[in-house]
Write a protein that binds this ligand. Sequence first.
Ligand code: UGA
Length: 434
Amino acid sequence: MCVIGLGYLGATHALAMAKLGHHVVGIDLDSTKVESMNAGKMSFHEPGLEVALREALSKELVRFQASFEMTEPAEVVFICVGTPQTGSGGSADTSYVFAAGETLSKAVSRETVVVGKSTVPVGTAAALRKRMSEVAGFPIHLAWNPEFLREGTALEDSLNPDRIVIGSWDDHSSQKLKEVYKPILDKGTPLIEVNVPTAELVKVAANAFLATKVSFINAMAEIAEVSGADAVELADAIGYDERIGNKFLRNGIGFGGGCLPKDIRGFVARAEELGAGEAVSFLKDVDAINQRRRARVLALAEQELGELQNKKVLMMGLSFKPDSDDMRDSPALEIALRLAQAGAKVTVHDPVSLAALGNKHPELIREQDLSAAAKDQDLVILGTEWSEYKAIEPTAFGDLVANKLIIDGRNVLDVASWRAADWRFIALGRNVHN
Ligand code: UGA
């Protein structure tokens, strides 16, 4: 089989397929990435992937290339390229999907099954199938098979998914996909066969629901902040109701990453194109609530420190979530940049993301050592809940800073022990300020 696009989705999928014993050719136009993967080196941080890559290379189950040329046509080709947000309208840019599809049309056989895994606006698959069939000169077998992996647990999620969703127009495609996933399906993983628009929509609907859940609890945090209630206790209390559930109810500085923010905007844009914009206009509020949490941290910093000019602030964590070095639309990074813009001297620490930050944003002071980073700070903010931060001993840490003031942006620190160590402790949506 062949996997086109070696980002988070494609690289993980290629290696998951190799783990199942399939022979995989990974294709990406970025030749540096291709070379690095052929040499057993991942270009981003994701637990377990590099080990899986080396294992697959040593078993000769994978190889990577920058061209579409095949010695023989693949039985199955997965399209895993990105669909970034375009401009301010928020719609998803599907040009990489179509470019991959068109090039692919010249390299496939009549039997090849092409499988879309990229997150696309509903209706993309039908247009892609038409275009590819025109270029190929015969009807292309196209199926849609969304992926639900999370960064930080990507490989595990791919190999042990909650469900497999397949949307196809023909039996040949769905049978082929069932063969591909046989080891996973044999474990009893639910298989949901749907029509193609449903398969496309399942992915954006799931991400929209997750984003809504996070923004719901962040909206409750806003109410808690003005009413003396505690949003963490509230989430706990409502989460016991199984219909609500306690997952994705952690309030804080909100969601970021390459998926949730972009997908809700893309969904709104597509619904508007279809004349059904009103149906999902609430997602604009979901987005706005999420953005307000970032502004809230800025306001709290000003409230505590007064004028931010020349104040020393440490941002602990830069990635949008722990166990990843992905800083796309990261709340922690954006808050750090906005504090620096307001004149603060912002030091950033992150267990893995500083390398990925590279030379971008020179206004941020980088420090790889947490104790050195904490030295003489006026304010510490926890922006990403890496376990290293959860393990901080507040008394010793307090000896390093100039001012024992912390904002827990993720509600993961033990309030009592920080307060006992004489810190002024501020947590979003919590009535715990001392
Ligand atoms: C998300 C979905 O969870 C995956 O199912 C999906 O496959 C993926 O997008 C995708 O479209 O490719 P991911 O972006 O890796 O996965 O991360 P999540 O675990 O969903 O977290 C997203 C953001 O929400 C993070 O910034 C996290 O800190 C935040 N979050 C999550 C909260 O603020 N509170 C919570 O309770 C949970």
